[in-house]
Design a protein around this ligand. Sequence first.
Ligand SMILES: *[C@@H]1O[C@H](CO)[C@@H](O)[C@H](O)[C@H]1NC(C)=O
Length: 342
Amino acid sequence: MGTPIAMLFSRCLPFGIQALQTCRMAYYAVSSGRRAGVYETWAQCEEQVKGFKNAKYKKFKTRQEAELFVNPTKSYAPHELAVPLGAKQAQPASWKTKVEKIEKPKYTEAWPDEDHDLAEDELNAAMNEVEGDPRPSGSDTLLQATYRKRRANEDEDRKSKIPRHACQVSEAAGMKHVGAFQFEIDAEGYVIVYTDGSCINNGRPGACAGYGVYFGPNHKLNAAKPVQGRVTNNVGEIQAAIHAIKTALDLGIEKLAISTDSQFLINSITLWVAGWKRRDWKLKNNQPVKNVVDFKELDALLQNKSLKVKWNYVEAHKGIQGNEMADKLAREGSALYKQLKS
Ligand SMILES: *[C@@H]1O[C@H](CO)[C@@H](O)[C@H](O)[C@H]1NC(C)=O
């Protein structure tokens, strides 16, 4: 902020000697990430959002739109107005009209085509376009579906169609002994467990991923493990659930309430997996399901009639103790992954 927009425009728009087509300037707005702000390269933006849960970011052609995305309530002083060279200073009144017009900016370009794990919200939305929307989805790939989602006006509409689970924190209603162990149970007698995945440098070379399983304070069955196979946050989420379920089956636990902050995991296993199986592990658009090895294992475990599993969504980074502890264990798992690989 603080850079006169007129100056930026002179770099980008044909007010000076530069022609429009030579300008490839882009502004990446990060409203939710490690550090919110406007970045001028995808690499800088990526550092703020990659692996960051619920990251929110968009690409714009002008800094002005990008800054509005980061801080929609900011009002600009008239002197920050873009004024074509030689033109008269615009009036504050016309500025105001302009601000109102771009309050809901149009997304003019597709997001960079990079091979990275999409942030949780994006992945969930993109998957829903393919799997959850009753309209035929044609031959869209997951990424094309994401691009479409980004289009102005449709954005909110689409978001409202994503199956989202309300945050539900399991209240411990009592304790239950199973074998040599003691577990907290909820009012319906389900053993309470929190699971989480973690990935450092998600989607980049040198990524390290792990998962955490948390039954309670200092519980002997709490686990912090490196992932196996693909090294992404989502793999961590799935393998954490697998670990929790295996533990429960081994011990003879009959009811398990898994609390996770991954809407994607819950939607995958409760909504979409049935269709994937019918189509031989293909999406509706015939693309292969990612992380199929892990999803197959999770699904097979869930067929075991001796265990009933209930899924709870909990919001991440909200101080929900079980989730915070599972997150900590997951990060320990990522650190272990790093140790093993180096
Ligand atoms: C269900 O889990 C139990 C405990 O691990 C195991 O002994 C049994 O073989 C499993 N059943 C099936 C059908 O996989």
